[in-house]
Ligand binder design. Structure first.
Ligand SMILES: Nc1nc2c(ncn2[C@@H]2O[C@H](COP(=O)(O)OP(=O)(O)OP(=O)(O)O)[C@@H](O)[C@H]2O)c(=O)[nH]1
Ligand SMILES: [Zn+2]
Length: 361
């Protein structure tokens, strides 16, 4: 492959100048680059200028990793040496992420797990039928603002809604400045509004609870025939067909869609910035409180309570603000405890090493 073909293959995967600059020092040393489409037990599927490869991280990367977040995630650009004849690659490094969605890793450990990286736009999907939930939307907005991707609200199942105006007004009251689009995937209505986010090389992720219509939407955006769009059929060496699962895949118009199970059930992870972004209205009100550290309880001169009393701030939104704030504070305390334990552990190891180096008497 000549240089221009390589570049154009990468561009269809979302490569751009930003990543090219980060990659430059590696390029000089002869490394290639790939984009992760699937992770399973630390085996990675990736797309590259050499086609699709199975990747494994090098011992050096593993050695230098301090936590799960240092390993590749779906959507990551990784520095590789490719062995195209074996369809394999060694993964040497992960390029710094432009955006990332994190959640607490499963189990008791308090560890960050990245479920999607380098997402340009996240579609926050909420159904307009009985499942409609404005409080859930606030939670998704925190995650979106924290991630660094641009949130876009997609209100689905428009065909099942008869008070559309009211619903849109409700959404706009919590999603200040966020684009809102109303669609019915089933009827194929409103989907053209999503086109601007789905240009060639753009990466889009879907977030929304079970049953809101994410799969239906993906199917519609992928063209009608494909039932399960993230299952791509392809021939293997023996000419039989095998089904390959991917969590990052290309839509016909050239966008990259990320649909990981992790995105579908994202729990809050540390999100101070995201919290401030999602509750910018309340944060701004709070600036007018008499006391800097006003808790908006019984303090005199509280601008937030005044806004609730005069009806300009909804009580339910304020309650939600407090609840999410508590949840994040709880998470932060657990994380602090984990860091303290890790620090203690480290010193224990160092002390033990020092002891073992002492000459035996
Ligand atoms: N009336 C109506 N029904 C829809 C629409 N979109 C999806 N549905 C239906 O809603 C149900 C759930 O849709 P899915 O696309 O499977 O939802 P999902 O978000 O992918 O759900 P999970 O896979 O559980 O996360 C299905 O029965 C769809 O047929 C729509 O625009 N209108
Ligand atoms: Zn106050």
């Amino acid at each position: 492959m000549n240089h221009t073909t390589n570049q154009s293959v990468l561009q269809t995967l979302g490569w751009n100048e930003h990543f090219a600059n980060l990659f430059a020092p590696y390029a000089e040393q002869g490394y290639s680059v790939g984009r992760i489409t699937l992770e399973h037990k630390r085996i990675y599927r990736l797309l590259s200028e050499h086609g699709e490869l199975l990747g494994e991280v090098t011992g050096k990367l593993r050695y230098e990793a301090t936590g799960r977040e240092d390993y590749p995630a779906v959507g990551d650009w990784v520095v590789i040496t490719a062995r195209p004849e074996e369809k394999k690659a060694s993964i040497h490094a992960v390029l710094p992420r432009k955006s990332k969605f994190s959640r607490k890793a499963a189990g008791d450990s308090v560890e960050e797990q990245i479920v999607a990286a380098n997402v340009d736009t996240v579609f926050l999907v909420n159904a307009l039928n009985n499942d409609f939930n404005i409080r859930r939307m606030e939670r998704y907005l925190i995650l979106a603002w924290e991630s660094g991707a641009n949130p876009v609200i997609v209100l689905s199942k428009a065909d099942l809604c008869d008070d559309l105006e009211q619903r849109i007004a409700d959404v706009e009251s919590v999603a200040i400045g966020v684009p809102v689009h109303v669609v019915s995937a089933e009827r194929g209505e409103g989907l053209e509004q999503l086109a601007p986010y789905l240009g060639c090389g753009q990466t889009v992720a879907l977030m929304g609870s079970s049953g809101v219509g994410k799969s239906t939407l993906i199917n519609k955006l992928s063209g009608a025939e494909q039932q399960k769009v993230n299952k791509v059929r392809e021939g293997d060496d023996r000419g039989r067909h095998t089904t390959t699962h991917r969590e990052l895949f290309q839509l016909p118009d050239g966008a990259l869609m990320i649909d990981t199970p992790g995105m579908r059930e994202l729990q809050l992870w540390e999100a101070d910035e995201g919290f401030r972004g999602a509750f910018d209205d309340i944060e701004q009100l709070a600036e007018a409180c008499r006391f800097n550290d006003c808790q908006h309880g019984r303090e005199p001169g509280c601008a937030v309570r005044a806004a609730i009393e005069d009806g300009s701030l909804e009580k339910a939104r304020f309650d939600s603000y407090l609840k999410l704030q508590r949840e994040l504070a709880h998470l932060a305390r657990k994380e602090d405890a984990r860091l303290a334990a890790a620090e203690k552990d480290k010193w224990k190891k160092i002390t033990m090493q020092a002891r073992s180096k002492k000459p035996k008497r």
